[in-house]
Structures are given as C-alpha cells and as structure tokens.
Design a protein around this ligand. Sequence first.
Ligand code: NAP
Length: 241
Amino acid sequence: MKTALITGGTKGIGKAVALEFLKQGYEVVLNYHSDERSALATQDEFNMLGYCPVLLRADVSDELQVRQMFKEFFGIYEKLDVLVNNAGISLVRVIQDTAACDWDKIFNVNVKGVFLCSKAVVDRMIGNGGGSIINVSSIWGEVGASCEVAYSASKGAVIAFTKALSKELAPSKVRVNCVSPGVIDTEMNSHLTGDEMQGLIEQIPAGRIGYPEDVAKACLYLAEADYVTGEVLSVGGGFGK
Ligand code: NAP
C-alpha cells in the first residue's frame, strides 16, 4: 500500500490530485488550513465514492504545526511514499502596492511551506528506501507575470528549490520534481472577469483553460516515474512557452 500527503488537498488542484491518487489505490491524507467546511465537504464527497482519506489541519508556514501534522501522519502510517506540496496563495498587485508583509506572507506559505514539509519527511523517506516529493510551482515562476511579482518570485524559488533538493536526495532514492501549471480553473482565479479569462484563453495554444484534473495526471506521472528527478513539468496547454 502506498501513501500520499497532499497539502491544500481539499479544494482546487489539491483535491483533484487527491482523487487521482485515491483512484490508483493510494492511502491519502489531505492537509487543509483555514476552510474546515470545504475540508469536511471534500472528505464526505470522497467517502461517498468509497474512499476514506484522513484530514489533517496545519498551516504549512508554521514549523510547529507542520511537525505536529507529520507526527500525526506517522502515528497512522509507517511510511510516506509521496508528498505533494500544493498549498499556495496568490497576490495580484503592482509592486508599488505590494507591502513587505504581503511579500513575507506569500513567501512563508509558497516557499517556506514547501521547505518545512519537505524537511519534515526527508529522513523518513530515506529510511524507507525512497520517496517522491512533488512541488506545485506555476508558469509564472518560469516566465513571470505582470502585477504578480511576489507570487512569480515565490514560484520561481520553488523551481530552484526543486532542482537543488533533487540533486541532494537523488543518491538516497528520493525524487524531487515540480509541476508548473498554466491557467487552471480554481478558486484562485475567481477574481478574473469573464473578459480577462477570455483574454487569457486566447493566449493558450491548446485553446482552453486547464482543469485541476490535468495537473493531477501530471502529479501521478511524477509520483510513479522512477527515473525522473529535478524536472519542471509544465501543465498549461502550451501557455507561456
Ligand atoms: P485554491 O483553490 O485557492 O486552493 C489553495 C489551497 O491551499 C487550499 O486548499 C488552502 O487551504 C491551501 N492553503 C493555503 N494556505 C495554506 C497554508 N498556510 N497552509 C496549508 N494550506 C494552505 O488554489 P489552487 O488553484 O488549487 O492552487 C493550488 C496550487 O496550485 C497553489 O500552489 C497555486 O499557487 C498553484 N497554481 C495554481 C494555478 C491556477 O491557475 N489555479 C496556476 C499555477 C499554479 P484552506 O482553503 O483550507 O486554507
């Protein structure tokens, strides 16, 4: 039996990743942070499909909460095969209006969260003979987005983190990769007007917005691809290439 923990796993991309892994027979733990109602609704939805994922609440940017979450995880399961560092927040703001505290918040969740969760599992993965860490970056971390300097920089940092850690852990059979989604239909993009969304779709060679399930398939591939590490897999229908 394989296990997976997905941060931010109760909505949007994380929820689709969780379902994909559940369908493949993984035991799945869903982390969430602030939205307990959605978390419980997602758990119910999965239960109705015959799956029993465990829910664990933790703010991934808080070291104590992260440690506690993995203590609970390893109280239930002996090993973790796949960690998906998916939890993230965005900020659409010109640099003049981006406060230092906005910058810190974005980096604390999007970068420090990836660091803390990875650090918390590395020894256990090595001890169990290997594992897979999958980080969710963004196309904006590759090419940069106007009015999203803090978000783009944080996702660029996730890519550099992925490449560096993959080299460090490859000899121990722990693979580290990331997915780089384009425009995906989730709450994160709910601020976009219809016209703004249409404008974005016109720039996507595939001619459509991405769905969380598109990213989930890429995560499953990275989880299972034994000889792939240090990669950035774009999932954006050719957007930004
Ligand atoms: P979403 O629907 O807004 O979901 C974000 C998830 O992250 C929620 O489950 C949320 O949990 C969790 N989260 C936020 N802060 C957290 C914290 N401090 N600790 C633990 N969990 C936290 O967003 P999404 O679109 O699915 O995004 C998922 C990932 O994909 C993010 O890393 C995002 O940057 C990346 N991404 C998204 C797109 C896109 O177009 N949607 C494109 C590229 C990359 P609670 O609600 O419980 O707080």
